[in-house]
Design a protein around this ligand. Structure first.
Ligand code: HEM
Length: 540
């Protein structure tokens, strides 16, 4: 009689595989033993359901108070590490430069042709772009840019703020973008209208920001198969194409204007003209040169503009800070001249205001993510290879372990200690510039940005009195709240209304005559103005 022989081996093997698959799936979303602590996870999802789509830095900061300066989140099988204390930032990002790089961001490949110095992974393209941009930011080059930074700041005071004080943030956006347009592409933008260069650039940047932020596109980096959904069911792909076309039209068009100037011997000494001269030596092609110019704008214009708008909001809501700064300024600057950048060395309280704005509202509140390329053990906690690191600058700068009254705008704190920290705080791993990121991907425009900031902060404090329209109805000790600042990857104020008056007729007339002198500098970057813009600048 035949007896049934069970296929013991294949069955056992099948069971083992099934158990392994179930085990692996059950691990998805779980926080493994040894990882830094964090909020409880759900199977498969991890912390997806809690991940904020807006104001991520506020949620990161709330979690940091509970779970500490080094904490973790799980997004399915991806580990995110949020660093909100100086020591893990120094250990992982600054010193561990060899084990961190930019994570792969598929959207950058799709929408930006993988040519964005701040967002591409480390590699040949990044090295070429960063090296080229460093040429644009040498000490000698920075000296050469000072006259245009000064001249645009004078226009900001003169035409813009004196004549139309109600649009201060829009004027700041024009001035900071126009400076970078001038030094990078040799073309300035004298006024803001519907379709001018500044508006077109910021519209496209906003489209990109909406696309790249959480919720703006499906999680294609964590679930790559989503990338293959046909475009008719994936509107984000259409938006990627739109961003790409608009950027290329703008950046390549501006680059071609530089080429025409070079060909016709009408150079004005801008950075892209230099790159076109040296393209072979630097191994660049025309496309890369266009994107490098665009990256100068993307990295430098919005950040500096948001910083200066936050500055105005902070001082407009703190009249006592304004008064103290103006008394100092009046002591140092004679009544017959406008400020110069060198005055800052004699104005420690204005220096303290500049530092406090960086602390109070850093323009990139959680910097740009990094990724670990090897397992690391930090403070006894495991940071696995492939973890995405967020440097929570906002959370670090609002940490009550380091700062007294961290939610108050108090420049005085920087008069009392180097980092503005409270007595007894452990500052052994502190540094003064966390707001510019860290490691090998640290910001390379910090000095350029700082020059624009110092020139404008000095001018605006010297020239005008600022007062928030609704100041009387606000809390006297903490007039600003998180709601005064807008969400966004680059963070600045929500629109606000503020009264602005010149401090005296002497100030107003000095501004007018300074503006006349600045025209010579500005004219060098006005070769390609539209007929309407040309008429506009002649009529001033
Ligand atoms: C207030 C103004 C600015 C702030 C707060 C700021 C802050 C930052 C931060 C936090 C990063 C990320 C660093 C990291 O990954 O750890 C960064 C990257 C960068 N910044 Fe700035 N930045 C400012 C202005 C500028 C300007 C004016 C330029 C150039 C004209 C510039 C060029 C860059 C570039 C090229 C990168 C990418 C570096 C890389 O990935 O290799 N930034 N910036």
């Amino acid at each position: 009689m035949d007896t049934f022989q069970a296929p013991v081996l294949p069955l056992t093997l099948g069971l083992v595989i099934l158990t392994w698959v179930v085990y692996r799936i059950s691990r998805i979303g779980r926080r493994d033993v040894g990882l830094p602590p964090g909020p409880p996870t759900l199977p498969i999802l991890g912390n997806i359901h809690q991940f904020p789509s807006q104001y991520a830095h506020l949620q990161f900061t709330e979690w940091a108070r509970k779970y500490g300066g080094i904490m973790s989140l799980k997004i399915a099988s991806q580990t995110l590490i949020i660093l909100s204390s100086p020591s893990p930032i120094r250990a992982l990002i600054d010193k561990g430069s060899g084990i961190v790089e930019r994570p792969r961001i598929r959207l950058v490949e799709i929408a930006l042709d993988n040519m964005n110095v701040a967002l591409v992974r480390d590699g040949q393209i990044w090295r070429k772009m960063r090296r080229a941009m460093q040429m644009f930011l040498t000490r000698g080059a920075l000296e050469r840019y000072l006259p245009i930074q000064r001249a645009e700041a004078v226009q900001l005071m003169y035409y813009d703020t004196l004549k139309q004080p109600e649009n201060i943030c829009s004027h700041i956006e024009r001035a900071t973008t126009s400076v970078i347009l001038s030094v990078a592409f040799g073309i300035r933008s004298p006024r803001k209208v519907e379709d001018d260069l500044v508006s077109e650039f910021h519209k496209t940047l906003r489209m990109w920001e909406l696309l790249v932020q959480p919720g703006g596109h499906p999680p294609i980096d964590m679930i790559p198969i989503l990338e293959h959904i046909p475009e008719r069911w994936a509107s984000w792909k259409t938006r990627c194409q739109e961003v790409k076309q608009r950027q290329q039209k703008l950046y390549f068009g501006l680059r071609d204007k530089c080429q025409e100037r070079v060909n016709e011997d009408r150079r004005n000494g801008c950075f892209i003209e230099d790159l076109l001269d040296q393209q072979q030596k630097l191994g660049l092609n025309k496309e890369l040169i266009g994107y490098i110019g665009g990256d100068c704008l993307e990295a430098g214009a919005d950040t500096t503009s948001k910083y200066l708008s936050s500055f105005v909001l902070c001082i407009a809501s703190h009249p006592e800070v304004q008064r103290r700064a103006q008394m100092d300024i009046d002591r140092v600057i004679d009544s017959d001249r406008v400020p110069s950048i060198d005055d800052i060395d004699n104005l420690p309280y204005v220096q303290a205001i500049i530092k406090e704005v960086h602390r109070y509202q850093p323009p990139l509140p959680f910097a740009i993510p990094h990724e670990t390329t090897a397992d690391e053990l930090i403070e006894g906690l495991l940071i696995p290879k492939g973890s995405i690191l967020f440097m929570n600058i906002y959370g670090l700068y609002r940490n009550p372990d380091f700062y007294d009254a961290p939610d108050q705008f108090q420049p005085e704190r920087f008069m009392n200690s180097e980092f503005g920290t409270k007595p007894g705080a452990d500052i052994s791993t502190f540094r003064s510039d966390f707001h510019f990121g860290g490691g090998k991907r640290v910001c390379i425009g910090d000095q350029f940005a700082q020059n624009t900031i110092v020139i404008n902060v000095l001018n605006l404090l010297w020239a005008f009195n600022f007062e928030l329209d609704d100041l009387a109805s606000r809390d006297k000790t903490t007039p600003l709240t998180v709601k005064d600042f807008a969400p966004g990857l680059v963070a600045g104020p929500q629109p606000f209304r503020c009264k602005i008056h010149p401090r005296s007729e002497v100030h107003a007339s000095l501004i007018r005559s300074e503006y006349q002198q600045s025209r010579a500098v500005l004219r060098a970057f006005e070769q390609e103005l539209t007929p309407e813009d040309a008429k506009f600048v002649e009529e001033w």
